[in-house]
Write a protein that binds this ligand. Structure first.
Ligand SMILES: [Ca+2]
Ligand SMILES: [Ca+2]
Length: 322
């Protein structure tokens, strides 16, 4: 009895294997693609044929929720079936669309798989967040082979997941010491740079399609006078920040006698630079860079700090002072 049971179990397992193989090959099916979209997006959904056993005619209906999706265009596949045989039924304004194809003159079945047609949908601006189904259906007698036998096809619906668009924005990276400061002139500065040959572009992050660009200064450096430009998803400028490396007045990314000379001229009130008279240090990036202790006054403290930096006695503190 035990032996008979073992043989029966073995047969059952063999049959199970055969069924799994048949299942793995897959049944004939029409399917709609899936997509993740934001409200206002346009999305292309392919309608495909899979495991085609051989046919000469098909008719598939695709329906969808017009509260979420608006059909904009239907295009015929360039490769799967002869385009001339594909026709569309219905209008773009309704919630249902038919895809038909036939080649009544063929003496052989078509066994090609792939995209039959592509439907282009506009996701409505006020579409609710969540999934919406693109339903694929196939009526009886709608798929025929060359002998005009009805061929059974399964269908698989598509899912369009509407997700909230990422909010556009920008920030400095977490490990960055950069910060911004609004000067009395209304110019915005970006400070907190590295003391030597600073780099701004490595420390800016954007989201939601926003972008940024660093325009180097006249010395081709990302130091004093360079410009950080932030643009929104439409490419419009949202913010502009001028770089300030305290102590690097000429913007060459380091501290030397040129900076010292510029500061001495400013202290002696013999400045004729286009970027200010140093009466208000935070009017221009260059004059702000001379204010080494960021107290908005140019005095002996600043010259002393620049002297210490030049003599490598102490770095100028680039961080915001309370
Ligand atoms: Ca310099
Ligand atoms: Ca000062």
């Amino acid at each position: 009895m035990k032996k008979i049971l073992s043989v029966f179990l073995a047969l059952t397992l063999m049959l199970a294997c055969i069924c799994m193989q048949a299942s793995a090959e897959g049944a004939p099916a029409f399917a709609a693609g899936n997509a993740e979209v934001n409200p206002g997006d346009t999305v292309e959904i392919p309608i495909t044929i899979e495991n085609n056993p051989g046919i000469i005619a098909l008719s598939v209906n695709v329906s969808f929720d017009t509260n979420v999706l608006s059909l904009q265009e239907a295009s015929k596949s360039a490769s799967v079936f002869p385009q001339a045989g594909i026709t569309f039924g219905g209008t773009y304004e309704t919630n249902s669309f038919n895809i038909l194809w036939e080649d009544g003159t063929s003496t052989e079945n078509y066994t090609i798989n792939g995209t039959v047609a592509t439907l282009t949908f506009l996701v409505k601006e006020d579409a609710p967040i969540g999934d919406t189904t693109i339903t694929v259906s196939c009526a009886d007698s709608s798929v025929l082979d060359v002998d005009l036998n009805e061929i059974a096809f399964n269908t698989r619906n598509g899912v369009v997941s509407v997700v909230q668009a990422e909010v556009g924005g920008w920030s400095f990276a977490e490990d960055s010491t950069l910060y911004t400061f609004e000067g009395s002139s209304g110019l915005q500065f970006v400070c907190g740079l590295d003391n030597i040959y600073p780099v701004i572009s490595d420390y800016v992050e954007t989201t939601g399609g926003w972008t940024y660009e660093v325009e180097p200064n006249e010395m081709d450096m990302e130091s004093t006078g360079a410009k950080l430009v932030i643009c929104d998803e439409n490419g419009d400028t949202v913010e502009e920040y001028y770089a300030v490396l305290f102590g690097d007045i000429n913007g060459d990314g380091t501290f030397d006698i040129t900076d010292w000379s510029l500061m001495a001229d400013a202290m002696g009130a013999i400045v004729d630079e286009a970027w200010g008279d140093y009466i208000l240090t935070d009017e221009y990036p260059q004059s702000f860079a001379a204010d080494c202790n960021h107290d908005l006054i140019l005095d002996v403290t600043d010259t002393s700090m620049l002297a210490d930096q030049l003599g490598t006695l102490a770095d100028i503190d680039q961080s915001a002072w309370e």
